[in-house]
Write a protein that binds this ligand. Structure first.
Ligand code: ADP
Length: 588
């Protein structure tokens, strides 16, 4: 226990924190559980105590009235013990389940409140494992401490008291064995921590592997990657298996230590008992009561000795979860942030620079997107176009420079009110597992059925929706698998229509659709862009031609700006891009 609570990686602060954050609100119920544990401890001691009467009055003297009385007392003691055990177990289980639920809720809220940088750092598997295994670990830490301190320690104390009352001298002798046991266990504790950490990371990689398989199954099959994936998964599974075995080994290794010491203690008592009955006139009942108390104390004592081993492995999980809970979002809302007013609706980037953990992405970008017009961003991939869109959504703050919308610095308003005024249609349309209706309705909280239908009509989506089985109630499938690419895009457009925000950010899909879908998507987009301040990452010539202004980007900078014709006449990067990227389309 000492190595657990002190030293460089002391667990004490974490334990204290777990109690103050999770335990406090349950204090009255913990007290009640504690009361029942006292009952368990006392009744266990009583069952040892009563052995003296059983042996002396029942076996040796055989007094009929005493026999009946003792039988009744035994029933009473065990009944009480049974009921108290039931009561404290139920109370603790309910508290435990509630703790897990609360930790999970809190963790999810925390994960949602984090900025994109956090999510890029964290693997999905890590998050899932925190949510499942490590949330359970928080509960286990508290459970272990409460039941071992509460039930086991109290029981041992009660039984040792019986031993002392029956025979103080030999009790002292047997208790000398305890320090040896503690010494033996503490070396195991130190080994547990490293094994538990490794176990977590491999467990998380199993989950990540499983997620990748689910989302990438087409690629895996198309590229015949089954063997490779299987190998990777097998490695992760086998690592967890061997860590689990090592953990079991550490856990079990306390048994030989404890059993041997227990045997020695009993042997000493037997030698002493023989002598003291002969020489000291002790009754057999007293000896049996002493032995019973000692044997009954053996199990809870063993659990107490092992508790530090188990506690250590659970603390590792709980500690990792708390590390995540402690990460502060780098993106913060200004404390005096106001509600965003759209103003004239124009967007301005003023000398904006940004780097993804030291990889520069934007380098002094200044540009304006005029209200209610279409501003196109074009440029080779990696030029910084998506980063600009992320900046306007305030997914991250620029390292220098500022972004204003309608004259207001977006850092001075709440994130919620800013994003409420923005509709975002991305290339990879994300659909939630649910019905078509639900997926459109995300665009605007509390949208009526009529509004949803109107949005779908405007997005050229109603025709295919009505052709689906169940119409608006048809399921879209996981990741929208039941829909084609063009259909998914039109759902996303309908969502944005419903949102009816003054600002539209659009990341045009690069993958070509069939001509008919393309025309429908294009028409819907045109309708969507009308009357909104639109910033579009453009990949299609038709969009570019429509744009009021085009900013050509390269290596995090705006290198050319103007209309399509002006830029073509100017030559340079735009003319090159046009020749390469849009040649086929222009020819078509
Ligand atoms: P574009 O949209 O024009 O293709 P991006 O804005 O996506 O360009 O990327 C600009 C630069 O930032 C690129 O060099 C890219 O590698 C880098 N980048 C983009 N996203 C991340 C990220 N999440 N982490 C690190 N670097 C990134």
């Amino acid at each position: 226990m000492t190595s657990l609570l002190s030293g460089p990686d002391a667990s004490w602060p974490l334990i204290k924190r777990l109690f103050s954050e999770n335990g406090r609100q349950y204090l009255p119920r913990y007290m009640l559980a504690f009361f029942f544990m006292i009952v368990v401890a006392v009744t266990t001691a009583a069952s040892a105590w009563i052995m003296e009467s059983i042996v002396d009055d029942v076996v040796v003297n055989n007094d009929p009235t005493r026999v009946r009385l003792i039988a009744m007392a035994v029933v009473f003691v065990f009944l009480l013990k049974g009921m108290a055990t039931y009561a404290h177990r139920i109370i603790l289980a309910k508290i435990g389940n509630n703790i897990v639920a609360n930790v999970q809720k809190r963790f999810y809220r925390h994960v949602l409140s984090q900025d994109l940088a956090f999510h890029q750092r964290m693997q999905g598997g890590d998050l899932v494992t925190h949510m499942s295994t490590n949330a359970g670990a928080v509960r286990s830490v508290l459970d272990l401490l409460i039941t071992s301190v509460g039930r086991d320690l109290l029981t041992v104390i009660a039984l040792v008291s019986v031993m002392f009352i029956k025979d103080p001298l030999i009790s002292l002798v047997t208790l000398f064995i305890a320090p040896i046991a503690i010494f033996g266990i503490s070396y195991l504790v130190r080994r547990v921590k490293s094994v538990a950490k490794a176990q977590f990371s491999h467990l998380a990689s199993i989950v990540t592997g499983m997620q990748e398989t689910a989302t990438g199954i087409r690629v895996i099959k198309a590229f015949n990657l089954e063997g490779k994936m299987t190998n990777r998964m097998n490695n992760a599974i086998e690592s967890v298996e061997s860590r689990s075995n090592r953990m079991a080994n550490l856990d079990a290794r306390s048994s030989p230590i404890m059993e041997t010491l227990g045997g020695c203690a009993i042997a000493i008592v037997i030698l002493y008992a023989g002598w003291s009955v002969r020489e000291n006139g002790k009754t057999p009942g007293e000896i049996v009561a002493f032995l019973t108390a000692m044997l009954l104390a053996y199990d809870p004592a063993k659990r107490l000795a092992k508790v530090s081993v188990q506690l250590r492995s659970k603390l590792v999980g709980a500690g990792l979860l708390y590390e995540v809970l402690d990460t502060e979002p780098t993106l913060r809302e200004n404390e005096e942030a106001g509600i965003f007013g759209i103003g004239d609706g124009s967007i301005r980037l003023d000398n904006v620079s940004f780097a993804y953990s030291n990889v520069p992405a934007l380098n002094g970008v200044t540009l304006e997107a005029t209200a209610q017009s279409v501003t196109a961003l074009v440029g080779p991939s990696g030029a910084g176009k998506s980063t600009i869109v992320s900046m306007i959504e305030r997914f991250a703050d620029p390292q220098s420079g500022k972004i204003t919308v309608g004259g207001t610095d977006i850092r001075d308003v709440t994130l919620h009110s800013l994003r409420e005024q923005i509709a975002f249609v991305s290339q990879d349309t994300f659909l939630f597992d649910g019905s078509v209706r639900d997926n459109i309705a995300f665009g605007h909280e509390g949208a009526t059925s009529d509004q949803i239908k109107e949005a779908a009509r405007n997005a050229n989506a109603e025709e295919f929706i009505l052709a689906m089985r169940g119409g608006y109630d048809a399921p879209v499938g996981t990741n929208g698998d039941n829909l084609s690419g063009g259909q998914r895009q039109r759902i996303a457009i309908a969502r944005a229509m419903l949102r009816d925000a003054p600002i539209l950010l659009l990341d045009e899909a690069t993958s070509a659709l069939d001509a008919q879908s393309e025309a429908k998507v294009q028409e819907a987009l045109e309708r969507l862009m009308k009357g909104r301040t639109t910033v579009v990452i453009a990949h299609r010539l038709s969009t570019i031609r429509q744009a009021n202004i085009i900013h050509v980007m390269d290596e995090g900078q705006v290198v050319q700006s103007g209309s399509h014709d002006e830029l073509l006449a100017e030559g340079g990067l735009y003319a090159n891009l046009h020749a390469l990227q849009f040649r086929d389309e222009a020819a078509a």
